[in-house]
Ligand binder design. Structure first.
Ligand code: GLU
Length: 476
């Protein structure tokens, strides 16, 4: 939660936006048109649960319709409010523009603690919320396409898709009304891991940028880098798991809502995740020291800090004490505008949320395209690709035998080379390419404009320019 002496989340996003547009030359009025949130719909609805009617409050905010459909998740949390969904919707606009996902920005939320309800109750609540939004076209494959966010996942998305289909029985594209669905219900492989995977790819892109690394005072590869992660939800869990299991990072601390686990030799992310799933808490986990006041570990000495939980966790109250030279914002808005200024002054490098966590919406885009084309990626090409590779392997083996050289292709190479790409490989390849391209566009501005000193401002400049160009193309 953002401390009271600081601007609200939406104001914080606006301050960062204003800092960037001050460096641009936008026509009068366009700047404001881009900044403001177009509409926020508030709905209060009742559901009969446990013998009485309970009233819930939900929101769907549309920030910018320069492209349609608009896109953004639906969050289930007790702290959901209008200011928050508007800030998150604005971030969706900039995020989609930056990674060239052809959507406007939107976000939704329901004020609820999902842990207080059983599955059947949650289904009733979700279906009723979806009904309210569908009947106003605020869930629609051509207009507004939600996705998972904090407190929601593929289960909720499947209920929403089913609710839409019940209400639009002849819409052949109905399943594209929401993304993040289970793979057996119109989803795409790799969507659940996508945001965490995107964080990993973002770090790969950063570590390849020698100038960026120098600015952060870092050297070498990800191997052995000490990482602190806050939040072991879907995003934090996948990011920490991939970084430790595939890139050799050492996760020295995991901060959760009920404290933090700390071990300088490294924590086993999968084991911690399984512990939380089983016990509902990190408490009692062996092989680590427990720190009751978890947020203190945001200030721990490490190479990379990954806030992957709530907004506003790095604020005027602690920014001065943050030691990590590199912060990658896996959550939306974890650093307040005030903290951002302090950290920039201290020379910290922040990989901004609108880029760092864009992996989710990128794979959502792939899912939406898959749904609209009604065919799985790779279905037409896979066998053909395999046959062409087989031709090359056969020819190489024949040449080698005929010439008497006697070269042997290793079984491992053959196995890898002969296997055509399936959906998961294609999704990861598209995501990696997206993260690399977007990083280069931001880094180009960061390293080449003298008036731009940080990646966030660079990210805003790139994305606002794209949104402005699409308004211009419309003649606005
Ligand atoms: N909720 C995610 C985000 O904040 C995903 C949005 C989407 O896939 O539309 O980016």
């Amino acid at each position: 939660m953002i401390p009271e002496n600081e601007p609200s989340f939406r104001e914080s996003v606006d301050i960062m936006f204003n800092r960037a547009v001050a460096l641009m030359d936008l026509p009068p009025g366009l700047e404001e048109k881009i900044r403001v949130c177009n509409a926020t719909y508030t709905v209060r609805f009742g559901v009969r649960l446990r013998g009485k009617i309970q009233t819930f409050t939900g929101y769907r905010s549309v920030h910018s319709e320069h492209m349609e459909p608009v896109k953004g998740g639906i969050r289930y949390a007790t702290g959901v409010n209008q200011d928050e969904v508007e800030a998150l919707a604005a971030l969706m606009t900039y995020k989609c523009a930056l990674v060239e996902a052809p959507f406007g920005g939107s976000k939704g939320g329901l004020c609820i603690d999902p842990r207080e309800y059983d599955e059947h109750e949650l289904e009733q609540i979700t279906r009723r919320f979806a009904y309210e939004l569908i009947k106003r076209d605020m869930i629609n494959p051509a207009q507004n396409v939600p996705a998972p966010d904090m407190g929601t996942g593929e289960r909720e998305m499947a209920w929403i898709a089913d609710q839409y289909k019940r209400m639009n029985t002849t819409d052949i594209n109905g399943v594209a009304c929401v993304t993040g669905k289970p793979t057996n219900g119109g989803g795409i492989q790799g969507r659940t891991e996508a945001t965490g995977r995107g964080v990993q790819y973002a770090l790969h892109a950063f570590f390849r940028d020698a100038e960026g690394m120098k600015k952060a005072g870092l050297e070498g590869t990800l191997d052995g880098k000490r990482v602190v992660v806050q939040g072991l939800g879907n995003v934090g869990y996948h990011a920490a798991k991939f970084l430790s299991e595939e890139d050799g990072c050492v996760v020295t601390a995991i901060i959760e809502r009920d404290g933090a686990l700390h071990n300088e030799d490294g924590l086993d992310v999968e084991a911690v995740h399984q512990w939380i799933t089983k016990h509902g808490t990190i408490k009692g986990f062996p092989d680590a020291q427990m720190q009751e006041e978890g947020a203190k570990l945001l200030e721990a000495d490490c190479d990379i800090l990954i806030p992957a939980a709530l907004e506003g966790v790095i604020n005027l109250g602690n920014a001065d004490r943050v030691k990590a030279p590199l912060i990658i914002e896996a959550a939306n808005g974890p650093v307040t505008a005030g903290a951002d200024e302090i950290l920039c002054r201290k020379g910290k490098v922040m990989i901004p949320d609108m880029y760092a966590n864009a992996g989710g919406v990128t794979v959502s885009y792939f899912e939406w395209v898959k749904n609209l084309s009604h065919i799985r990626f790779g279905r037409m090409q896979r066998r053909q690709e395999e046959m062409r590779h087989q031709l090359v392997v056969d020819e190489l083996e024949r040449l080698s035998a005929d010439s008497g050289i006697g070269w042997q292709l290793s079984p491992n190479f053959k196995e890898k080379y002969l296997r055509g790409a399936g959906e998961l490989e294609l999704v990861r390849s598209g995501l990696d390419d997206t993260m690399q391209t977007a990083y280069q566009s931001m880094a180009h501005v960061w390293h080449n404009r003298e008036d731009v000193n940080d990646l966030r401002t660079a990210a805003y400049l790139v994305s606002i320019e794209k949104v402005a160009a699409s308004y211009r193309a419309k003649g606005l």
